[in-house]
Design a protein around this ligand. Structure first.
Ligand SMILES: *Cc1c(COP(=O)(O)O)cnc(C)c1O
Length: 345
């Protein structure tokens, strides 16, 4: 059924990766005269490991997968861009997305002159399964993006539906799990890498891990797909300082766990308070660190909050009447709620 060699772009299949100095020799040595670096020792005068092997060894046991099933990107946005560029031929192939969803999929496609087919989510923000199953069989439907928990709606997509899509898709199915750490009931699709040869799972350290500035995203996939991403990525895509910060942060899983628990508790606090407000029409169920809320007057509410220095995301053009509110600290959340109560009449 799924044949990777037919899905990847033919030119990408044929090409060889740029062979950097650090990829030609990576053993132990004392004199490095291979990369035109400044030899005077400063902390950052050497190029970083192009394949970030130490980090992958740290991540593999955390995620219970093999190091060769991990690609590390400059944010998961880089992985999204590489998936589109590596698999879709401009003006011939297309990606599939289910709106409302994360905006980067369609921007990455637009840059490459690749069409976006959109099969909107149903009213309860789930896949329109019959339509999606039909579409993903098309040989030119190269990459299907399913975001779960979905941004901006906040809910998880039914896992059984995603599995059905994986079983019939002729191309890649990318499950974007940027917010999986906030979903208490959901298991990562990274558990299914050995079952589905066309599965790619995206995760990031930008949300739950609190490292958005470091730019560190991961794609988990069967190793033949990872090999393709490695072949087309910029040679040194993860800066040395970032690799160092990540290696330290990954050792402190306990801290992240307490922060996640606190964000989940704060989320419930905001949801309860929002439900008391007259201007609120719907508070959608959320498995993420943000809340989608439908208001009678989203733009006025946005402006009133902004006037008090509180910035939320106006998604009313994407989901009718809706603002998206990230969960903050207790103090920030109290300021938000107080500001909303003050204008609620
Ligand atoms: C924030 C976000 C990302 C991007 O994460 P980076 O790793 O910071 O690039 C990817 N997907 C979704 C759905 C997001 O909301």
């Amino acid at each position: 059924m799924f044949d990777l060699n037919k899905v990847v772009r033919p030119n990408v299949l044929k090409m060889s990766a740029y062979s950097s100095a650090r990829s030609e020799f990576s053993g132990v040595a004392s004199v490095w005269l291979d990369a035109n670096e400044n030899p005077f020792t400063k902390e950052w005068n050497r190029y970083p490991d192009p394949l970030q092997l130490d980090l992958k060894k740290q991540i593999a046991p955390l995620k219970k997968i093999e190091a060769n099933q991990i690609f590390i990107g400059n944010g998961s946005d880089e992985a999204i861009d590489l998936l589109v560029r590596g698999f879709c031929r401009p003006q011939q192939d297309y990606i599939l997305q289910c709106s409302p969803t994360y905006g980067v999929y369609q921007v990455s496609a637009a840059i490459q002159d690749i069409e976006v087919k959109d099969i909107p989510l149903t009213e309860d923000f789930q896949l329109n399964l019959p339509a999606v199953l039909e579409e993903v069989k098309e040989p030119n439907c190269k990459v299907t993006f399913i975001c779960s928990p979905n941004n901006p709606t906040g809910n998880c997509i039914a896992a059984d539906d995603i599995k059905k899509v994986l079983s019939v898709a002729s191309g890649l199915v990318v499950v974007d799990e940027a917010y999986i750490d906030f979903a208490q009931e959901a298991d990562s699709f990274s558990n299914w890498l050995n079952k589905y040869p066309n599965l790619v799972v995206l995760q990031t350290l930008s949300k739950a891990w609190g490292l958005a500035a470091v730019r560190f995203g991961m794609a988990f996939a069967p190793s033949p797909i990872i090999d393709i991403l490695n072949k087309i990525k910029p040679p040194y895509n993860i800066p040395g300082p970032s690799q160092k910060v990540i290696a330290e942060a990954l050792k402190n899983k306990a801290l992240v766990k307490t922060e996640i628990a606190s964000i989940i508790a704060e989320r419930a606090f905001i949801v309860d308070a929002l439900k008391q407000l007259k201007r609120v029409e719907v508070v959608y169920p959320t498995d993420a660190n943000f809340i989608l809320v439908k208001l009678k007057d989203p733009r006025d509410t946005y402006n009133a909050l902004a006037n008090q220095g509180i910035i939320v995301r106006d998604r009313s053009k994407v989901v009718n009447g809706c603002l998206r509110i990230s969960v903050g600290t207790r103090k920030e959340n109290e300021l938000l709620i107080a500001a909303l109560q003050a204008i609620d009449e």
